[in-house]
Design a protein around this ligand. Structure first.
Ligand SMILES: Nc1ncnc2c1ncn2[C@@H]1O[C@H](COP(=O)(O)OP(=O)(O)OP(=O)(O)O)[C@@H](O)[C@H]1O
Length: 357
């Protein structure tokens, strides 16, 4: 089997600003036609990493490849990437049509395009974004959502090897954000594009991505599918950053058992990764059941309800155990909401995820 060339590859890439290593020896392979999200807290280096792919920043160490070709010494225009920014960055004095045509006109010679071909490509890109009817308008005559769609059309028209999107939806309201993100994903799949998307919104990352690259302090903390990152975090940082979880300190004792104070946590075979010793266990709120009594085949704990929040499809309980540890439990039981009192919670052996750090 021949291995396909990566759409983008970073090898030992670092970047220093004012004496701080803001990107620290990052290695990454982005497969062709994938939608990849750089996710992480503010300041972790997402934008800097994207800018080293686009060519706006040069790495201080390491190499950047696009479709197998080394590009880290090339200017942005010499790489076939296209960028969409948070603030759209449209030319205010140009019509929608001319905004989208701009890049093609500049490269018309290199790309051997005549006016008719440019026209055809621009209309095609505008149609994809459902904007063809607005082609004669100017940016100030359009809503934020429409302007952002123009910015995407302007990137798509270049037929880039990688479409780079830096928080492109953060200026849109929540509802529009959801609509445009579905649109973006559909177009990326339809055109079989490689897209790299920067966000600090974990819901957005989970909803859109083939792969998530979760960054922390200039390093890649974990890269994997949305499900990998959600259900199999490799660190407390990842478990805590994505969604809501219950993290508890345990001793892994072997024989598929962990111990939390004096309580045994049965684990599905292999969950302990064949190791012993101190570890953390992550248990998602939706993996916990409320029971009438302890279950000898499952981790069982008696807790006291502190707060109950009815959220429509589920009720979220905040409870406390005998060791003063807080638990978050999501119940999808349509029955009455429990307001107070003591309950049993149980967790099947397949649910806990063990983190050795
Ligand atoms: N041009 C620059 N000069 C100096 N420091 C910079 C520059 N660009 C970024 N930094 C610093 O590098 C670090 C990473 O910044 P970056 O913008 O890549 O983070 P980010 O993860 O994209 O954050 P956010 O989600 O807030 O946009 C930050 O500490 C930032 O202050």
């Amino acid at each position: 089997m021949t291995e396909e060339i990566a759409a983008v590859e970073l090898k030992n890439v670092s970047k220093v600003f004012g004496g701080n290593k803001v990107i620290n020896d990052v290695n990454l392979v982005i497969p062709p036609r994938s939608f990849v999200t750089f996710l992480g807290p503010s300041g972790c280096g997402k934008t800097t990493l994207l800018r080293m792919i686009s060519g706006f920043y040069e790495p201080d160490a390491g190499e950047v490849y696009i479709k197998g070709k080394r590009v880290d010494k090339l200017a942005p225009y010499a790489r076939n990437t296209a960028m969409v920014f948070q603030e759209y960055a449209l030319f205010p004095h140009l019509s929608v049509f001319e905004n989208v045509a701009y890049g093609l006109r500049i490269q018309a010679k290199d790309r051997k395009l005549n006016e008719a071909q440019i026209n055809e490509k621009v209309i095609e890109a505008l149609s994809l974004m459902q904007l063809a009817h607005l082609k004669d308008r100017y940016p100030h005559q359009m809503s934020g959502g429409q302007q952002q769609r123009v910015a995407v059309a302007r990137a798509l028209v270049m037929n880039p090897d990688a479409l780079l999107l830096d928080e492109p939806l953060s200026n849109l309201d929540a509802k529009l954000r959801e609509i445009v993100r579905v649109e973006l994903r559909q177009i990326q799949q339809q055109l079989q594009l490689t897209a790299i998307y920067v966000t600090h919104d974990q819901q957005e990352a989970l909803a859109m991505s083939d792969y998530i690259v979760l960054m922390n302090k200039g390093i890649v903390q974990q890269a994997g599918s949305a499900q990998d990152i959600y259900y199999r975090p490799n660190s407390r940082f990842v478990a805590d950053f994505i969604g809501t979880t219950n993290l508890i300190d345990v001793d892994i004792e072997g024989n598929d058992k962990a111990r939390y104070h004096d309580v045994v946590i049965p684990l599905e075979s292999g969950k302990d990764q064949g190791r012993k010793g101190k570890a953390a266990i992550s248990i998602r709120p939706e993996s916990i059941r409320i029971a009438k009594a302890a279950d000898k085949n499952a981790f069982s704990l008696e807790v006291t309800i502190k707060q109950s929040i009815f959220l429509g499809e589920k009720t979220r309980y905040v409870a406390e155990d005998a060791f003063k540890k807080e638990w978050i439990i999501d119940s999808f039981d349509p029955g009455p909401v429990l307001q107070s009192g003591t309950i049993w919670i149980t967790v099947e052996p397949s649910k806990p995820h063990v983190i050795f750090e």
